[in-house]
Every structure is written in structure tokens, then in C-alpha cells.
Design a protein around this ligand. Structure first.
Ligand SMILES: [Cu+2]
Length: 113
């Protein structure tokens, strides 16, 4: 029983690795009232995984132009996949009130062809 489970697990991992090309992971640290980094430049059509963490309080991450949003809970990693499907400069922002200064908490994603 245990052995067959192990073999199955290994096969699944193998399949997953073969099916998906490796996607770049970008770590973004949120803290009142900034993101670091707060300026990203991406190539059009190349998906990226964003791993968001908070250094202090509950935050949000919202990139409405790409249909991507997540909560950022302190002590956890929020992972989202973003597909930069159009060229231009787009704003992302914190959409959970996190204190006085929250409204300035934003950054940009520039997508180049
Ligand atoms: Cu906020």
C-alpha cells in the first residue's frame, strides 16, 4: 500500500515537471505602505509566478488589468500566476485597507513585446 502510493506520487511529479516549462518566480514583499519591488518589467506572453508575503499586516494585491488578485496574510505565502498578455504599463495596488497611507500603496507592471 505505502509503496504503491510512493510510486504514484513520483509519477505525478514527473508528469507535472514535463508538462509545464519552468516559470519564473518573483518574490514581492508587502509592508505598510509599499511593495518591494514595486516596478516589474515583463515580456509579453511569458507567465510569471508572484509569491507575495507581508512584513506586517493583512494586505491585498490586485492587478485588475490581468484579472489577478489575492489576499496577503502575514506568515503565509500568497502565490498567484500572472500572464502579461498585453503591452503597456499597468498599475497594481493594495485593495485591503491597511492603515493611513494605504491609498498610496501601489506599483507598476510594464509589459514589453
Ligand atoms: Cu492597503
Amino acid at each position: 500500500m505505502a509503496l504503491s502510493g510512493l510510486v504514484l506520487g513520483a509519477a505525478t511529479i514527473g508528469l507535472r515537471a514535463a508538462a509545464q516549462p519552468q516559470e519564473q518566480v518573483i518574490k514581492i514583499l508587502a509592508r505598510r505602505f509599499t511593495y518591494a519591488p514595486n516596478k516589474l518589467t515583463r515580456k509579453q506572453g511569458v507567465p510569471v509566478i508572484l509569491e507575495l508575503t507581508s512584513a506586517d499586516v493583512f494586505m491585498g494585491f490586485n492587478a485588475p488589468d490581468f484579472g489577478v488578485r489575492t489576499d496577503i496574510i502575514p506568515g503565509q505565502v500568497a502565490s498567484v500566476r500572472l500572464v502579461p498578455d498585453k503591452v503597456g504599463t499597468f498599475t497594481f495596488l493594495c485593495d485591503i485597507f491597511c492603515g493611513s497611507g494605504h491609498e498610496t500603496m501601489s506599483g507598476t507592471i510594464t509589459v514589453v513585446a
